[in-house]
Ligand binder design. Sequence first.
Ligand SMILES: CCCCCCCCCCCCCCCC(=O)SCCNC(=O)CCNC(=O)[C@H](O)C(C)(C)COP(=O)(O)O
Ligand SMILES: Nc1ncnc2c1ncn2[C@@H]1O[C@H](COP(=O)(O)O)[C@@H](OP(=O)(O)O)[C@H]1O
Length: 359
Amino acid sequence: MDGTTDPQPRRYKSPSDLARAPPSSPPRTARITSTSTTTITTTRRNSPYLPTPTELALLALYPAILLFGAVYAVLSPTVPYPAAAGQQQQQPPPPPPSYFARKDNLLNTLFVKRGWAWITLAFASFVVTHPALAGRRRRLRLLRAAVLRWALVTVWWVFVTQWFFGPALIDRGFRWTGGKCEAVATVVGEGREGPSPAGVVKEVLTAAACKASGGRWSGGHDISGHVFLLVLGSFFLVQEVGWVVARWGRYLGEERCVVMRDGAVKGAAVEAEREGGGRMEGVEEGVGLPVLEALGLGGRFAAAVVGLCVWMLLMTAIYFHTWFEKLTGLLVALAGLYVTYVLPRWVPALRGIVGLPGI
Ligand SMILES: CCCCCCCCCCCCCCCC(=O)SCCNC(=O)CCNC(=O)[C@H](O)C(C)(C)COP(=O)(O)O
Ligand SMILES: Nc1ncnc2c1ncn2[C@@H]1O[C@H](COP(=O)(O)O)[C@@H](OP(=O)(O)O)[C@H]1O
């Protein structure tokens, strides 16, 4: 167990090794927790109503990226400001100042435009393969809660970008703020043709339908779908992977606090212990592993997806939309994240259903 008898000493096993190892194979040096050796420490009490300091620091990167993009777009001589400021210009757009200013760039077409599928794939590969979620007794409970949280953010993504009992919230918001499908309106205004012109205007309720009919979606507030998806998806992965790996490898000296049913505020680990979740019986812990190894294959895949999200967010910040449309994209994403990850900390009934990542 102490590694001195190992002919090829290696202090810790990687998650892929652990996943391959038969359940009964004795660990070499990595620590095993049993019911008597749970050592979860809470070093400071955070507000259950707010993200923890580490979460806040990570969240602060999003407005920082948007701010950087806006400043860069204004200051850079290569970024034509009207293009960065929105789609209101009447003239044909100038040639794109960079490959990533093109809507048909590969990362946009293959990654962002299929963004939720990538986020879902990364999440699934992490929860299915990571040894921290492999303990027999905890596995089902943790998986069920993680899938419910995925369903919650997925429903929010669907409502905001795809469908909300008709047009998605982004499309509804655009029309509520006075937007319309311009080409169709012009035809109607000029009374040129169309079997039922007024009907045509009524039917163009979404940006996609407007584009398909050759029109231009303009005049309203167009919440940035890219900012929304990239922030929601990347922070969802950060939460789902981050807390599991941080607890498994004991990387963080901080803990989420929760409001208990009797109103007491406690560290979330207390609840984990009560549920048996603080004790990874028979599950090797990742204490001391380098973070990259502790992430495992699934976690590294998720980290790569998060990296791509951050890069594309920066590109959107520099080349697309107005700053206010990007800000609302961010706020709408944060609303979904708050409901999924912070609200359960102070609403025990909700926590009983969707849980907290890693607990
Ligand atoms: C009454 C309750 C009803 C609840 C309804 C819930 C329905 C659940 C459906 C579950 C679907 C899950 C699908 C999961 C797998 C996938 O993700 S497949 C879809 C892949 N597609 C995408 O990822 C599209 C991503 N793109 C976008 O969201 C948008 O294109 C955009 C990037 C936000 C912006 O679009 P623009 O056109 O550029 O403006
Ligand atoms: N990082 C990025 N790379 C390429 N295109 C981007 C982009 N961010 C936004 N766009 C494009 O800008 C338009 C508005 O984006 P959104 O509202 O989703 O934020 C969309 O155009 P299309 O709808 O014509 O593809 C989208 O593809």
